[in-house]
Design a protein around this ligand. Structure first.
Ligand code: PLP
Length: 440
């Protein structure tokens, strides 16, 4: 991908670099001086850059867009709420309970909920509640998972320096500077789907493990899914040890099924975090779970503190109410799964034509594409896929008008509006992009 013939984007970058570090408002938007994308509009499943190139978008802002950009069913409700009621007041209007009741009607794992403004905040709330309830400190996390930008979960197993031959994984390391060593103390990291590792961790730290925090389907690691047996193992190990199971459904919630990943597994968490698809792109997030656990949030001496000035504002709540109502009352998720299946089928035809070993991971609404012979079971397996070929393929797709993250750890996100995509066109573009990737 190159912006050499993108004068407006280049001008935007030149301006932005004087205003923001890396020229972007969020570091993940930085794709290098040449390739950082600047948009002029979005609609349905497409985005248009400020040089008037339109892309069919499978990145979907890292997952929140579930219906489509600028969906009037949602936007009209938000406009109506803020023009007739207002935005924030520091008091409740009842719209909060409307949303919680909708969530409860979709997710049997939720008795009570609290809201927040981002997935990061929702995870902070869930982890603090788990610690407050169990009166323990340690959190077990999964290699390759991501839970937001707060210091405590910004530690990762250093799989990047993994030596496949010795199988020795170095200690967990921070995601960069500014993260105090003291926040490392309470993290323990395990590879997904590894029963022995989880047993070892509980043998060593069991008495102090407050919770396992897991993306049941790793939306930040190529949609690699926990097996049914592993998820059951986590449920059992938590029950037997007085620890809580927190499922981070920030990416999977209201996307992979109306009841999220938990509905697919039929195994339920004590606490769950939601964001993204909950509001079709409006900033809303929440965490919730069993009443007994959630009621740890209180003004008791050792009660858990939760709140925030912008929490449960009218924009967030009206968007969530409208989005969840559409998801509940229509077959949008079936449509999405159907389109996702067709796209995987066409990609598979293309890869097969070029003799590229491939597999898909995760559900149809957010599937991972991996170049390798078997579906990865964890981050270490992902490291052994041909992710460089994927990146080249993805960059060629982008060049040809198909937007996605050029990193196979980020899934292809499908929204309802993708049902309008010309799949013959997409197959042709995929074919051209793979032909060029192989020759590059
Ligand atoms: N948890 C998961 C599973 C996520 O994928 C993300 C973000 O991608 C977060 C938490 C953090 O959410 P946010 O970016 O809204 O803070």
């Amino acid at each position: 991908m190159s912006k050499k013939n993108k004068p407006n984007s280049n001008a935007m970058f030149t301006r932005a670099i004087d205003n923001m570090p890396l020229g972007v408002a969020d570091s993940y938007r930085y794709w290098g001086e040449e390739n950082t994308v600047f948009l002029s509009s979005m609609k349905g499943c497409t985005i248009t850059d400020c040089d008037e190139q339109t892309f069919v978008d499978f990145r979907l802002a890292y997952g929140p867009i579930i219906l489509g950009y600028r969906d009037e069913r949602i936007d009209n409700e938000v406009i109506s709420a803020i023009t007739t009621v207002g935005t924030i007041s520091g008091f409740s209007t009842g719209l909060d309970s409307d949303v919680v009741e909708l969530v409860k009607s979709l997710c049997p794992n939720i008795d009570k909920m609290r809201f927040s403004n981002s997935g990061t905040e929702a995870v902070i709330g869930a982890v603090r509640t788990a610690r407050g309830f169990t009166k323990r400190n340690k959190i077990v996390v999964v290699e390759g998972g991501f839970h937001g930008l707060h210091d405590e979960v910004m530690w990762k197993s250093d799989v990047d320096n993994w030596d496949v031959n010795t199988q020795q994984v170095p200690d967990i390391v921070p995601f960069g500077g500014g993260i105090p060593q003291s926040t490392r103390e309470h993290q323990v990291s395990v590879p997904l789907n590894d029963f022995d590792a989880i047993d070892a961790v509980f043998t060593q730290y069991g008495d102090d493990i407050a919770a396992i925090l897991i993306e049941p389907i790793m939306g930040n690691c190529g949609s690699i899914a926990s097996t049914q047996a592993y998820m059951q193992k986590l449920r059992d190990v938590c029950d037997n040890n007085g620890s809580l199971l927190i499922m981070d459904e920030v990416k999977t919630g209201f996307r992979v099924a109306k009841g999220g990943a938990q509905a697919l597994y039929g195994i339920f968490a004590d606490l769950t975090t939601y964001a993204k698809a909950m509001g079709n792109g409006y900033p809303v997030a929440a965490f919730g779970g069993r009443a007994e656990v959630m009621d740890t949030i209180s003004f008791a001496k050792d009660g858990v503190t939760h709140g925030g000035t912008y929490t449960a504002n009218m924009v967030a709540l009206s968007a969530a109410k409208a989005t969840l109502t559409v998801l509940k009352e229509t077959d949008a998720l079936e449509t999405i799964a159907n389109v996702g299946q067709k796209i995987q089928a066409l990609l598979s035809r293309v890869f097969t034509k070029f003799g590229v070993e491939h597999c898909f991971a995760g559900p149809d609404a957010m599937f991972g594409v991996h170049f390798g012979s078997k579906v990865p079971q964890n981050y270490r397996d992902w490291k052994q896929t041909n992710s460089d070929l994927y990146t080249q393929f993805a960059l060629n797709l982008i060049e040809n008008g198909v937007m996605l993250e050029p990193d196979s750890r980020e899934p292809w996100f499908i929204c309802e509006a993708h049902q309008t995509v010309d799949l013959n066109w997409l197959e042709q573009v995929a074919e051209q992009s793979m032909a060029a990737a192989i020759n590059e």
